[in-house]
Design a protein around this ligand. Sequence first.
Ligand code: NAD
Length: 349
Amino acid sequence: MTPFVYTGLPTRVVFGSGTMAQLGAELDRLGCRRALLLAGRRHRAAAEAAADGRVGGVFEDAAMHTPVEVTERALSMLRAIGADCTIAVGGGSAVGLGKAIALRTDLPQIAVPTTYAGSEMTPILGQTENGRKTTQRGAKILPETVIYDVDLTLSLPPALSVTSGINAMAHAVEALYAQARNPVTSLMAEEGIRALGRALPRIVADPADVGARSDALYGAWLCGICLGAVGMALHHKLCHVLGGSFGLPHAETHSAILPHVLAYNAPAAPDAAARIAAALGKTDAAHGLYDLAVGLGAPCALKDLGMPESGIDEVALLSMKESYWNPRPFDEEAIRKLVGRVWAGLPPD
Ligand code: NAD
């Protein structure tokens, strides 16, 4: 067997239906008495009830790509109410804000994710300031406790369930060809892709299917572990640039880009491509993924997500700025071609 290094991360995970009810007990475990709740209107009341009188304030303005200005406003509220922890209930935006606060205060965080983005399982924070997104990694950023409550995902609209689910798959896809790939994350990656690939069509057919929702959240958890455990490659870099530079929606952008990067990387990572195809039950990984996305109605053209055509050159330029690992070498022209195809909504090459 190829030598490898594997580092497990210490997050406590509570998974099931109705698990939000355990929020009070989890606050007790962490010794927390007064929380700043980061949640929108949809989840606020349920979280306050489950926290059993320990929510000292609610901040509702979490935003995609964690703008620093929003974090500073949340920090002011945290200090004003004397909070000793945060509880983030929502998608990657709420979870990201909790991580940004933890980075600055080292206070404990409980994350209750309601999408499949996977941020809750990673010690990674992406923040935006002056139109640029920067990423950092550190132990303070990783949530102490994650409560996965399947019931909270039932309201996730089918369209967002599909793109968010493919966003999760992207972590697993890149983990399978990551430079630091190892047998443990590869097992989780395959299982995550398999679980989501089977669950998403069932969710589109019936968004209230608790079994499908449970499978999808389980898959998202596994994919999130992959994202936190091994370095990512070209796909995540492109999405990072697209999100930071054009404010494109996170899940939809991942969903549109992934089949194309997979098609590009597959010749250099045939084992990974074979495992992805098998997990999807398809003969070809990239086209199998594209067919899944299109078949479930996911947007496949960046032009439909608000990206101007003139942005293609900018993305190619920005993507070359810092060097990062990818199984297949690339240059500005290769990126321009790839992003151009996604912009126009063409199938992968
Ligand atoms: P999001 O949190 O912005 O949620 C998208 C939309 O879905 C929002 O309007 C939200 O209100 C709504 N929503 C969420 N849960 C819902 C539910 N259960 N029912 C109905 N509506 C619901 O988007 P996201 O895709 O979850 O996360 C994207 C953000 O997460 C980005 O900022 C991205 O950079 C970050 N992220 C970070 C990491 C990391 O490891 N650092 C990993 C993945 C994503």
